[in-house]
Design a protein around this ligand. Sequence first.
Ligand SMILES: O=C(O)c1ccccc1NCC(=O)[C@H](O)[C@H](O)COP(=O)(O)O
Length: 207
Amino acid sequence: MTQLEQIYGVEKAGADYVGFIFYRASPRYVLNHLSTFDIRDLNVDIQRIGVFVNEDENEVLRIADECDLDMVQLHGDETPSYCANISNHYPVVKTFRMLKDDNILWKVNKYANVSDYFLFDTKTVQFGGSGEKFDWSTLVDIDIPNPYFLSGGIGVDDAEAINSFAEEIVSKKLIAVDINSKFELSPGNKDVRQVERFIVDLKSYKK
Ligand SMILES: O=C(O)c1ccccc1NCC(=O)[C@H](O)[C@H](O)COP(=O)(O)O
């Protein structure tokens, strides 16, 4: 998210989290649009997640403090000891950027005790926000140790497939669906009406 009005819009639509990209190379780099104090002073009842890519640890903590973030999402090649240091201060969402034949458990197990949540995304040179679909069927039958976010190219027409995935045993630990570029008019400019429609489609499953 990069625009205050849209943050209030997605909160009203029922989103549980909003994400802010603190990676300078991203077209969604939030500090080109909002200040850390804008983020801190948001009057929302919604969790604020800061997304970082291979950032200096002290800088992550400085920004998280200044914005009063609720969680830190580590979307690069951060090591388990890096995650452990950050998780002494903030809940950590560790992202795994997956290739088709990756051994998922081998990748995630060493992060189980040093992060609170996992997030599965597609591996691309952009790190994130690529719109490339992650094949979540690769998670079925795997005993994922931590609660996780599903991500990677999710669009408004995926609600039905996600609702089916939610029937799988592996989805017991699925806590949220992370949406991004497929809900944009341009990078960082969200289509709030599409977000509303998607949330209605997902919540109709929950009822
Ligand atoms: O969105 C970005 O520009 C970005 C850049 C670098 C690291 C992470 C980034 N986004 C983080 C996310 O969690 C995205 O929502 C996730 O990659 C999925 O994006 P999309 O494939 O566009 O749905």
